[in-house]
Design a protein around this ligand. Structure first.
Ligand code: PLP
Length: 220
């Protein structure tokens, strides 16, 4: 059995029901991604438009495609029609642009709001304090649907230090859910990567994004 297939089956056997695995596939070929899909992980995360055009062209509807990278405004026009979900919306301006583009394609774009749970100046994501207002603003956009939150957390030497950031993001997720904002469905909490997904699941993640543990080490 191939190594990628083996990795997928092991992860799928360990993940509790109700948690979705997204294979974070940056730098990986269509052939490698196909192995993942064949093993039963059908949610694929992509970070870069150009790479994703190649692999989505090759694999298409056999997978569900999530954009998990930072969106440059000039790339949104091509990203919106290509993807099934965008996990990295962090400003109203970006949300409004996605809404406008989705409308042109007759599509309602599911999105997650990216939270800068580490409150780091240089990182993407909305500050936790700003997320509720952002979600309220976004809720009036007709061609976009907020379906939850995503966070990376700070880069730490010891990944166990991520737990409080995951916990705070889960609390924010529950707060927002309790607000029952019209047109907003708080159902997906995307957090945890290869080192940290077990902790993230303990802290309430419903979706984890795993790259290295599926595909092996990558060069970028
Ligand atoms: C690369 C990436 C991952 C996966 O990282 P690994 O440590 O390789 O599992 C998850 N989320 C995002 C946004 C990424 O860019």
């Amino acid at each position: 059995m191939g190594e990628i297939r083996e990795n997928c089956l092991k992860i799928l056997s360990e993940i509790p029901p109700g948690v979705t695995v997204v294979a974070a596939a940056k730098s990986k070929s269509a052939q490698e991604i196909r192995e993942v899909v064949d093993a039963g992980i059908t949610f694929i995360g992509e970070n870069y438009l150009q790479e994703s055009q190649v692999v989505i062209g090759a694999i298409g509807d056999r997978a569900v495609w999530h954009f998990i990278g930072h969106i440059q405004k000039n790339k949104a026009r091509q990203i919106v029609p290509l993807f099934d979900m965008i996990q990295t919306v962090d400003t109203f301006a970006l949300a409004a642009l996605i809404d406008q583009l989705a409308g042109k394609h007759g599509k309602v774009m599911p999105v997650l709001v990216e939270v800068n749970s580490g409150r780091e100046e240089a990182k993407h994501g909305a500050m936790p304090e700003a997320v509720a207002d952002l979600v309220r603003q976004m809720s009036v956009l007709e061609n976009l649907r907020v379906q939850g939150l995503m966070t990376m957390g700070p880069f730490l030497d010891d990944f166990t230090g991520l737990r409080p950031f995951f916990r705070e993001t889960k609390a924010l997720f529950e707060e927002l859910r309790a607000l029952n904002i019209p047109n907003v469905r708080m159902e997906t909490l995307s957090m945890g990567m290869s080192d940290s997904y077990c902790i993230a699941i303990e802290e309430g993640a419903t979706m984890v994004r795993i790259g290295t543990k599926i595909f092996g080490e990558r060069s970028y």
